[in-house]
Design a protein around this ligand. Structure first.
Ligand code: THG
Length: 798
């Protein structure tokens, strides 16, 4: 195939008339060529370039159109304690691949950094960006054809990598993420969210790789194909890992693998390859299968949706509420909170709106006397650390909007752009670059047209200009603008008519700032709710309103019954059959219970409330009444898929704040021990992946256990010594790689050989129950919450 055409295919500049075949695993092939446990795969670019070249050649002979550089872990964090530099590894890797590739394509492999990002861990967005930018600049200079960002389990990290690629080269970008068997990534991203966020960045293909075998991936691929307008790539493992002679092996053979490849191509996948456990045999088999097939033409309907990392809100299905309360206009307390940097006040507003049923939260912190940019960034980070609703970023300053959408995690909604040239030229480049949705206000240099037809014209102009900037119409939400009934009574009706006209003529989604209508009149709620009902019948998709107003939410609930949206009135009956009285707004309690604080993950509040409680309760009473039961509730929510890892860790960290206060008090009062037991944790010899172990550590510590963390790449002798000297009863071992589970077995053996009376619990991506048993572990823990359960049982804390 000719190089230009392949690049064209990757760029999606022409219609797909062929498949693109990547290569299979690098690690599996290196294993075949004798790489030893603990050896750095990337070092082979320098010490054994001939082996890397041979692997590339084998894949090319097998039929790969694209080979992937041996640079999965070639980032400054993973290379820190080695004798290699990023420059050296990436340069040599690309040179080898380039030499082997001939007229075929070379993809620069970019794997995850291996650290948890803030607020889960310590890696900041900017550090992640710089780390990826370093790799990408070198790869681009050395002449790669594609940037392949893969095995991402955190969509925030994927965003950092994509931005680094987009801002430092003009090479096509492909991004794939790895899913767990619950259909989400480690940090809780589901397929629709991945697609909605990633394709908005203007990348060239997206998809899924690693973690699962082809069979397990099928439901995820189905979802991705439903939503993705860009080509979909799949690189599965050769099945789920099984144990054989102490090694993890993948046993889906080339023939079976290719059968799945056939199914996937028939579903609409156009780019294929393999991950862990696949070899050139798998690639040959796929090549044979696709040689007989033609890519399926997919016709994916564009949709309008905004996302947080774990939740996508699609407009147009049911009415979606945009909560208006984080906006200082007319709110004295919020103004004060913003001035004094009282983030807890703002978080409480966010939580209350969420609990009252808001789907999206507007965030406006515009006050003349504060640094709006800095405050906006802080507020977004704080809200996103505890709330998984998508945000609407609201500012009149383009520079504030740009800084905010850059650090936002997900696909945000920008509020707003309008028909003025100057504003469109400032806002649309931001919308395009950061893949946002934007609200277009029907106002231009001549003001707000008084008729519906006039507002339609402005809306048309906004959409046309957006399209000139490469923004799809589906990313524009039109606001026909609500005027006040007190000052412009005759135009209130025009707004309703404009919603109807804009929707039917342009086929876009609509929003309105409903509560504007009542400014200056008494009993605002009455006007607001009546106007809302009228606007809903006109087809309003996403009203901006106060979700704490029962007038408003009950109007929407009633509308859903009358408009045949709440089928069989199920929700209505559930909510209102025992509805008494008529509260105008939901009363939100000022003093929150410590349990609620922990479940919501409000760290600052936790310290304050714990101090209060300790005035009347003992330390142990606080621990046992609040801390442990709340963590249990959070753990259950995590296990049932109601919340995801970020929220789980946030709650654990909130408990830590309480513990700090409690420990402080205990130091001064009594010498009672609070520890529930001591546990040794280690990532085993040869393995440097410690994210899983670190998550377990956070959770265990916050349940009151003392954790002796031996770190990563820990020799079995070190584990034995720690267990012996500390008289430890529970050891947790972690391994991520197929090559290092052997070390895990050896560590367990060493503990047994030394007659140490301890229980061994194991965990890690390639492990399972059966496997754990075979290497002599006492328990297998699927995730951090299970580890806590075992620990509590063992130490009789239940
Ligand atoms: N369109 C778009 N965005 C908007 C608006 C719009 N953003 C701002 C506004 N209009 C919508 N948000 C609000 C927020 C608050 C009020 C009204 C609309 C409000 N505040 C009370 C006041 O000022 O008196 C205070 C309420 C309180 O204290 O709870 O009414 O049209 N795209």
């Amino acid at each position: 195939m000719n190089l230009e055409r392949l690049v064209d295919i990757v760029c999606n500049k022409i219609n797909f008339n062929n498949f693109l075949l990547f290569d299979g695993a690098m690690g599996t092939m290196l294993h075949k060529y004798g790489i030893q446990r603990g050896e750095l795969p990337e070092s082979y670019n320098v010490i054994h370039p001939e082996i890397i070249e041979k692997i590339h050649s084998e894949y090319l002979t097998a039929g790969s159109d694209v080979i992937t550089t041996n640079t999965f872990g070639a980032n400054r964090y993973k290379l820190k304690n080695t004798s290699y530099t990023v420059e050296q590894i990436v340069t040599s890797a690309v040179k080898i691949a380039r030499k082997a590739a001939g007229d075929k394509l070379v993809a620069l492999d970019i794997g995850p950094i291996g650290q948890l990002m803030e607020p889960l861990g310590t890696l900041s967005f900017n550090d992640a960006y710089e780390t990826f930018a370093e790799q990408i600049k070198i790869g681009a200079r050395e002449g790669v054809d594609i940037i392949l960002i893969e095995t991402m389990s955190d969509i925030y990290e994927a965003k950092a990598a994509i931005l680094a690629a987009k801002e430092n080269c003009s090479i096509p970008v492909i991004c794939t993420m790895s899913y767990q068997d619950d259909g989400r990534t480690l940090t809780g991203t589901d397929p629709i969210t991945m697609v909605n966020v990633l394709q908005s960045f203007g990348i060239d293909a997206l998809g899924v790789n690693c973690s699962l075998g082809p069979n397990e991936m099928l439901p995820i691929i189905t979802e991705i194909l439903k939503y993705s307008s860009i080509p979909v790539i799949v690189q599965p493992n050769a099945g789920l890992p099984k144990l054989k002679n102490g090694d993890a092996v993948y046993d889906v053979d080339a023939h079976e693998f290719a059968e799945y490849a056939k199914i996937m191509t028939e579903m609409g996948v156009t780019i294929l390859g393999g991950c862990c456990g696949t070899t050139s045999d798998h690639i040959i088999a796929i090549k044979n299968v696709i040689a007989q097939l033609k890519p399926v033409k997919r016709n994916v309907k564009k949709f309008t949706a905004v996302s947080s990392p774990s939740l996508t809100v699609v407009l147009g299905e049911e009415v979606k509420i945009i909560g208006e309360r984080i906006n200082p206009t007319g709110k004295k307390k919020l103004k004060e909170a913003l001035k004094s940097n009282n983030l807890d006040y703002i978080l409480t507003e966010a939580i209350n709106q969420r609990d009252a049923g808001a789907h999206i939260l507007d965030v406006n912190v515009g006050l003349p006397e504060i640094d709006e940019k800095e405050v906006m960034i802080n507020v977004i980070k704080e809200i996103q650390s505890i709330i998984n609703l998508p945000l609407q970023i609201d500012s009149v300053r383009p520079d504030v909007i740009e800084s905010a959408v850059r650090i936002y995690n997900g696909k945000p909604l920008i509020n707003s752009v309008n028909g003025k040239d100057e504003v469109m030229d400032a806002i649309f480049p931001i919308v395009k670059k950061y893949g946002a949705c934007v609200i277009g206000l029907t106002i231009d240099e001549d003001g707000i047209p008084s008729t519906a037809e006039g507002r339609l014209k402005v809306a048309q102009r906004i959409i046309q200009r957006a399209e000139e900037y490469g923004i799809d119409k589906s990313d524009i939400i039109i606001d026909c603008l609500v005027l006040t009934a007190s000052a412009q009574q005759s135009e209130v009706k025009e707004t309703i008519r404009a919603v109807q006209l804009v929707k039917s003529t342009l086929g876009v989604k609509t929003t309105l700032g409903v509560s504007n209508v009542s400014f200056g009149l008494p009993q605002r709620g009455m006007l607001n709710r009546t106007f809302l009902a009228a606007a809903l019948t006109a087809g309003l998709d996403a009203p901006i309103l106060n979700p704490l107003s029962v007038d408003m939410t009950s109007t929407i609930d009633a509308f859903n019954v009358l408009w045949n949206k709440d089928i069989a009135s199920t929700k209505y009956i559930k909510n209102y059959s025992s509805f008494e009285g008529k509260p105008v707004t939901i009363e939100t309690s000022v003093v929150k219970d410590l349990s609620a604080i922990i479940i919501d993950g409000m760290k600052e509040e936790a310290s304050k409330t714990t101090k209060e409680l300790l005035k009347t309760m003992t330390e142990m009473e606080v621990v046992n009444t609040y801390l442990i039961p709340s963590l249990d509730i959070v753990g259950q929510k995590y296990e049932s898929g109601e919340i995801f890892l970020p929220q789980l860790l946030q709650s654990a960290e909130t408990v830590k704040k309480s513990f700090e206060i409690i420990k402080e008090k205990m130091m001064t009062s009594t010498d009672k021990k609070i520890s529930k037991g001591s546990i040794v944790l280690a990532t085993v010899r040869g393995d440097i992946h410690d994210i899983g172990k670190n998550i377990v550590k956070i959770l265990l510590e916050n349940y009151g256990f003392d954790v002796i963390d031996l770190g990563k790449d820990v020799h079995e002798d070190v584990v034995v010594e720690a267990v012996r000297s500390g008289n430890i009863k529970l050891v947790g071992l972690s391994a991520l790689m197929t090559t290092t589970v052997r070390s895990m077995g050896e560590t367990i053996k060493a503990l047994r050989d030394n007659n140490l009376d301890c229980t061994v619990l194991v965990g890690g991506a390639v492990l399972n129950e059966e496997y754990a048993k075979m290497i002599g572990a006492d328990y297998y823990a699927k995730d951090a919450t299970q580890t806590v359960k075992f620990a509590r049982k063992l130490f009789h804390c239940e």
